[in-house]
Design a protein around this ligand. Sequence first.
Ligand code: PLP
Length: 358
Amino acid sequence: MSQYWSPVVAGLSPYVPGEQPKLQNLIKLNTNENPYPPSPRALQAIREAADEALKRYPDPASDALRQAVAATHGVSVGEVFVGNGSDEVLAHAFQAFFKHDGRPLLFPDISYSFYPVYCGLYQIEFHRVALQDDFSLRVDDYLPQAQRTAGGIILPNPNAPTGRALPLGEIERLVAGNPQCVVLIDEAYVDFGAQSAASLVSRYPNLLVVQTLSKSRSLAGLRVGFAIGHPALIEGLNRVKDSFNSYPIDRLAQAGAIAALQDSAYFEQTCRAVIATRERMTASLVELGFEVLPSAANFVFARHPGHDAATLAAQLRERSIIVRHFRQPRIDQFLRISIGTDDESQALIAALNTILGA
Ligand SMILES: *Cc1c(COP(=O)(O)O)cnc(C)c1O
């Protein structure tokens, strides 16, 4: 607390990211990073971009990068916005689209915990809509007849931290049923087994799809995310961006992100590897007595009926394995375990075997 703070700062409850430990030799399964390195072509492009041109500002509109996103998703450049990580894209979208007096933003009660944080920052009214007991999402709960008319809707697909995905038909029903507001689908994990809604953008001017290079492209350290939507929505985002920071994507990030997007063979290979490990790890966890929610993401959400989740997380930590535990109603008996390499996942299963056997 300080007398120098603007009043709004005292009232914020900032997001707490998963731990990034300084220790080496930990098996880090707590922040859903990709266990595989970035595309070698992306690393090469970053090295090549590290030259004298760095004395100049980067392209403020990131045209070449937006072109690469557009080509990857079969949309036009005017339908693409890029930001410094998808968290920044999300923040701009909250400010641009979700603040409407008397009409709250809707999102699931169990969801990405950054959403209420942005609401606090931008003073946006919100309402949490409860997921079903099995953590599935019912689109009917978001239609105007079920709710106060929404001023915006946001949800991750697949959802975080549950991993459950909605089929594209259900996303379309949600978007078509709420023409009065922007529906933002946060597709941070979509490449690990769900269907992207980017194909719907040309038909729905109220749909914004947000993705990131942090997870499926192994570039969490580069900070690049993007949105795909109707040109009028992109213009709204640009108005916010150009009132905040004209150069959010530096030269190295633009070069690396373009090369990563263009290396589709490497991308598909690493996604397949993560999915295969997820399926094997899920089977092993079930064998150990865990209930595991069906996951279309690069993590699983699991609970053991006979063991307290916080205790299990602490016991794993003693064995140098870190997973994520949320002290939050409804999910405080679950662990969110990121998918590592096969070796990392086998080490996790071996450690759990010892802990549960003891
Ligand atoms: C990881 C994540 C993001 C943010 O990713 P960036 O690294 O900021 O691009 C956004 N939404 C969800 C649901 C995430 O899990």
